[in-house]
Write a protein that binds this ligand. Structure first.
Ligand SMILES: [Zn+2]
Length: 101
């Protein structure tokens, strides 16, 4: 049976929980000071995390029924969404560090 661990794939739900944790920390401090750029980056991060959650959930739900080709495509989609979410998170963290907001 195909599963995330034997496939060397980080479990989508676990990866998602990490990103969600980062996001919750950022959002919890978002009200402290107003910064337009931080707001924009936070919106991007929220969207990217939501997209990642969607495709990761789809992969987790379809893992055992997808054809090998469809599975590879879905994995690439999940990996791309994960990288997008990480980049969005990094951009926000970098901005906050540089701008002090
Ligand atoms: Zn700022």
């Amino acid at each position: 049976m195909r599963d995330a661990a034997s496939d060397g794939l980080e479990h989508p739900r676990f990866a998602l929980s990490l990103i969600t944790l980062y996001t919750s920390i950022v959002i919890s401090t978002a009200h402290l000071r107003f910064c337009t750029e931080r707001g924009r980056l936070l919106d991007l991060l929220t969207t990217a995390v939501s997209d990642y959650a969607k495709v990761a959930d789809e992969l987790a739900g379809q893992m055992s029924i997808l054809s090998p080709l469809a599975y590879r495509r879905k994995r690439l989609e999940v990996e791309g969404a994960r990288i997008d979410a990480q980049n969005a998170r990094d951009a926000l963290f970098t901005h906050r560090k540089e701008h002090g907001c």
